[in-house]
Ligand binder design. Structure first.
Ligand SMILES: Cc1cc2nc3c(=O)[nH]c(=O)nc-3n(C[C@H](O)[C@H](O)[C@H](O)COP(=O)(O)O)c2cc1C
Length: 187
């Protein structure tokens, strides 16, 4: 099976997630192409058996480059099993209302793009203080303080549960290989 992994990122953590997803797929014996939605090139979906989209939430929204890519490829994507990995700090929050909010943002995104993946994973992202400019660092530190999160701005703080991510990807690949077998038999 050949999986296309497409991601968007602002501070780089979703790229790290996409690469981790890719490593899991390869460890399961499958082919993978990782692709940045912000790049000029494009992924060849004719070669794909499945698609995984990884996107971070910034100011309550997923990157527009991902939304554009999904709408531009809507007919090809309708033929492929898809999984969505949402990356946010809300997923690391102790407050249930933040989790509900991120679910709402995710569902709105699917409504806007018309893309409906078979599986969705809410991954906790990272605070990458050293990469932020002064104002962003101040804002993120304030939010982290309010939520009881880390406020040491001299380093990155990762909240991603890498085992849960690998289990999600493995489950999706198993789902697709079942489907891929059925598709090949049907042809
Ligand atoms: C300016 C800014 C705004 C953010 N807005 C949100 C938000 O609205 N909701 C949320 O859950 N996380 C928010 N985050 C957290 C990001 O989703 C998290 O840092 C993620 O790891 C970023 O991924 P990236 O490094 O791939 O851009 C925000 C982060 C920054 C820096």
């Amino acid at each position: 099976m050949h999986v296309i992994v497409i991601y968007g990122t602002v501070e780089g953590h979703t790229r790290k997630i996409a690469r981790n997803v890719s490593a899991t797929i390869q460890s399961l014996g499958h082919q993978v192409t990782v692709f940045d939605a912000g790049d000029l090139g494009d992924a060849d979906l004719d070669l794909a058996d499945a698609v995984i989209v990884c996107a971070p939430v910034h100011m309550g929204q997923f990157p527009s480059a991902i939304a554009h890519w999904l709408t531009a490829h809507d007919s090809a994507l309708a033929e492929l099993p898809g999984a969505f990995i949402s990356v946010s700090l809300a997923s690391a929050s102790p407050f249930p209302e933040e989790h509900a909010e991120i679910q709402k943002i995710t569902q709105t995104f699917f409504g806007q793009t018309g893309w409906h993946p078979v599986l969705v994973h809410q991954a906790a992202g990272a605070l990458r203080y050293p990469r932020y400019d002064f104002l962003k660092r101040l804002l993120m530190k304030h939010i982290a303080y309010r939520e009881g999160g880390p406020t040491d701005v001299t380093k990155d703080h990762e909240f991603t549960n890498w085992n849960a991510l690998a289990a999600f990807v493995t489950g999706f690949v198993e789902h697709c290989t079942g489907q891929a077998g059925a598709k090949r038999q049907a042809v």
